[in-house]
Ligand binder design. Structure first.
Ligand code: FES
Length: 565
């Protein structure tokens, strides 16, 4: 039997296949397609345009350009909508809905007749969700991102969302900036379409996707408003048509070796802490487990090469102009698995050898021999407070705070934090550790980016810029500071964090990769911790019942592939 392609595949189940195809074609005729067009391979285009997603404002233009590429290559492009997750428009937090979007994407790829799919996303959770869905559906797929925003200006200073949003907000809290000025800043931080202009989560995930081989080479960092972004979209449409011929499915591209390459790059770019969470979830859909001890081993031998905010002075538009992902990959070449396949059909090694000797701006992307830091940006910590791990972004932290024992100043949940942090009577000193509980994956807020606890106002006004902060929450990739995140198991699932009380002693040692609660086990056993309330219905109930902890990427267990490699 000949293999069905295009609209003839995946027929609606009426118990009569010929009737189902006849009916489908009848309805497709109503859309004005000719019989010739209907006979062509179909390229689905997963579109995430939404008025609730500023980062995706130019997605309709990208979809048109993808269609142009598909048509020119002899295919029929059919766009379809999925859930879109606009980072700042969702409550309580976008991560809660990432798995829902991945299910939507997976099922719509599988249920609709397409030979390959172009995934158009960009904002933090959309690319991970699309890749998770595409890996589970395992139809040939290529990712296209919206690209980063351009920077803005205010009083002679260059600004980019959203590291500068946080920097100025911290100055406002410290009384260094007036209300009128913060109002002006608000209008100059995010001035174009596209994703955050720094090495935040969206930029990190775009770079990791190119590294994994699921995106066209050189396209991760093209600014959103650059004409090359449209050319990348057109080329992605044409590449999807080649995928139909090569039948290169995502499971052949996402392998243990390409995932390890992505981990290396995550470390070398000083990427977002969310990157490890999403990469773990993406790899999990291919049956690949990321071991945090392996992350530590890679971190010890992978230098930080990229000097972008939040840790350096530059922005994504500079990174693109400096040479982009290709320049980073060429520096890391001796550490990478060069035999990994990419979506173009060539290996990573073949891709890189084509670009040998290309110009690089060394002020933005350093050479392997002269790195910004000799070791990777992220490390995992373990200990009695984090038995299954916690994540620490050392490249964004103050080394003076790395080896300390201190008193815990505890907030029970994000609401308690908001209510008491700025209380002038709060019992806190600059030497304390700020601890936030019940902000992990199983909490009612679904692991918000609350781990960057603000410095209490009375300390901020006294000039304190950084403190050790510990939580089961996440942190925006655009934030910085001495912040321990993803403490696992989280408080809501009964992890040791749940039992921490004000005044307990905690020891942090980045050198030893340790995070310990210095309270005797018998005392901890006496402390009663109440379990969280199970949501009554709907997706929130499914999420509560199925979500895994941070070391498993916060995916749902039933969505992961059985571990095979
Ligand atoms: Fe969309 Fe930052 S808000 S990438």
């Amino acid at each position: 039997m000949t293999e069905k392609v295009g609209l003839a595949q995946g027929l609606t189940d009426y118990g009569d296949r010929d009737f189902a195809l006849y009916l489908r074609r009848s309805f497709a005729f109503s859309m004005g397609y000719s019989a010739e067009m209907m006979a062509k391979p179909v390229i689905g285009i997963a579109t995430t345009a939404s008025d609730f997603n500023n980062c995706h404002r130019l997605v309709p233009d990208l979809v048109e350009a993808v269609k142009r590429g598909v048509l020119a290559a002899g295919g029929l492009p059919l766009a379809f909508p999925t859930i879109s997750l606009g980072e700042t428009f969702l409550t309580p937090t976008s991560l809660l809905y990432r798995n829902l979007m991945s299910m939507d994407t997976e099922e719509m790829i599988r249920a609709q007749p397409m030979d390959a799919v172009v995934l158009v996303g960009g904002c933090d959770k959309t690319v991970p969700a699309q890749l998770m869905g595409a890996l589970s559906a395992n139809v040939p797929a290529i990712q296209l991102v919206t690209g980063p925003m351009m920077t803005g200006r205010w009083q002679g200073e260059r600004l980019g969302a959203c590291t500068d949003c946080r920097r100025f907000w911290a100055r406002f809290r410290a009384g260094e900036i007036e209300a009128e000025e913060i109002g002006e800043l608000e209008r100059n931080l995010a001035t174009t379409a596209g994703t955050c202009a720094v090495m935040g989560t969206a930029s990190t995930m775009a770079i990791l996707t190119e590294t994994l081989g699921l995106m066209l080479p050189g396209t991760a960092a093209i600014p959103s408003v650059h004409a090359d972004r449209l050319r990348a979209a057109e080329a992605s449409g044409a590449a999807a048509m080649r995928l139909v011929a090569s039948k290169l499915t995502p499971d052949l591209i996402v392998t243990p070796r390409s995932v390890e390459n992505a981990l290396r790059v995550l470390l070398a770019i000083g990427g977002s802490t969310n990157g490890i969470l999403h990469l773990t979830a993406i790899a999990g859909r291919a049956g690949i487990k990321i071991d945090l001890n392996r992350l530590n081993a890679l971190s010890d031998e992978t230098p930080v090469l990229v000097d972008l905010k939040p840790t350096g002075p530059h922005y994504m538009e500079d990174f693109h102009a400096a040479g982009g992902v290709g320049a980073v990959l060429r520096e890391l070449k001796p550490l990478l698995h060069l035999d990994c396949l990419t979506v173009t059909g060539e290996t990573l090694g073949e891709r890189l050898s084509r670009q040998d000797g290309a110009w690089v701006d060394r002020s933005v992307i350093r050479s392997f021999g002269e790195p910004i830091q000799p070791q990777g940006g992220l490390v995992a910590l373990f200990g009695s407070l984090a038995p299954t791990g916690a994540i620490f972004k050392r490249s964004a932290a103050d080394p003076a705070l790395f080896e300390r024992e201190a008193r815990a100043v505890v907030f029970e949940d994000p609401e308690d934090l908001a209510a008491r942090l700025d209380d002038p009577g709060l019992d806190v000193t600059p030497d304390d550790f700020l601890v936030l509980k019940h902000a992990g994956p199983l909490s009612a807020s679904g692991m918000p980016e609350a781990g960057y606890l603000p410095i209490p106002k009375k300390l901020a006004r006294a000039g304190v810029k950084d403190m050790v902060r510990i939580s089961d929450a996440r942190m925006s990739g655009t934030a910085y500071g001495t912040v321990v995140l993803h403490v696992s198991p989280d408080a809501a699932s009964g992890g040791p964090l749940a039992a921490v009380r004000h005044g307990d002693r905690i020891r942090l040692s980045v050198k030893e990769r340790r995070l310990d609660l210095l309270v005797p086990a018998e005392e901890l056993a006496r402390r009663i911790v109440l379990p969280p309330e199970r949501p009554a219905r709907g997706y929130r109930r499914l999420y509560f019942d199925e979500v895994l902890q941070a070391p498993e990427g916060c995916d749902f267990d039933f969505l992961r592939a059985k571990p095979v490699r």
